[in-house]
Write a protein that binds this ligand. Structure first.
Ligand code: GSY
Length: 150
């Protein structure tokens, strides 16, 4: 079993319910779930605020199988790939997998932009502070506000 962290975000439809269903689908592989954060959109066109959280998994899936699972969760939430960095019902990113570094075009692990995004670092810091650079609050992009738990 390997520890992995996924970042989930939603800014269309019933955001909280979408996140709840995705976490429920991950089932017994879920070890811990961070708090839920209301976050300012980073990148892309003008769009509404996101709800973001991070999930810690204990998984026996290979990285590419985990990527497939993330994509199936997005499809199940009705995600339509209309616009790069545009609004979406659900985004599921692999952030980190213990012991894995991958530079493939479709699978970069650790996630290449996670270190500069407050909507990733704030929830990740709750679960794995050792992965988060000290002083990240000063450099990370986007305002975030913890609104509770799922
Ligand atoms: O990369 C994840 C999708 N996404 C997000 C997000 O989840 N939260 C915020 N706050 N901004 C975002 N921009 C993109 S793209």
């Amino acid at each position: 079993m390997t520890r992995a962290f996924l970042g989930l975000g939603s800014n269309l439809g019933d955001r909280e319910e979408t996140l709840r269903e995705a976490v429920a689908t991950l089932g017994s592989t879920v070890r811990r779930v961070s708090g839920v954060y209301e976050t300012e959109p980073v990148g892309g066109p003008a769009q509404g605020p996101y709800l973001n959280l991070v999930v810690e998994l204990d998984t026996d899936l290979e990285p590419r199988q985990l990527l497939g699972l993330c994509q199936r969760l997005e499809a199940a939430a009705g995600r339509v790939r209309a616009e790069r960095w545009g609004p979406r019902t659900l985004d599921v990113d692999i952030l980190w997998i213990d012991g894995v570094e991958s530079d493939a075009a479709d699978l970069t692990v650790p996630h290449p932009r996670m270190w500069e995004r407050a909507f990733v670092l704030a929830p990740l810091a709750e679960l794995a502070p050792e992965l988060v650079p000290p002083g990240w609050e000063d450099g990370a992009t986007g305002r975030v506000h913890r609104v509770g738990v799922l």
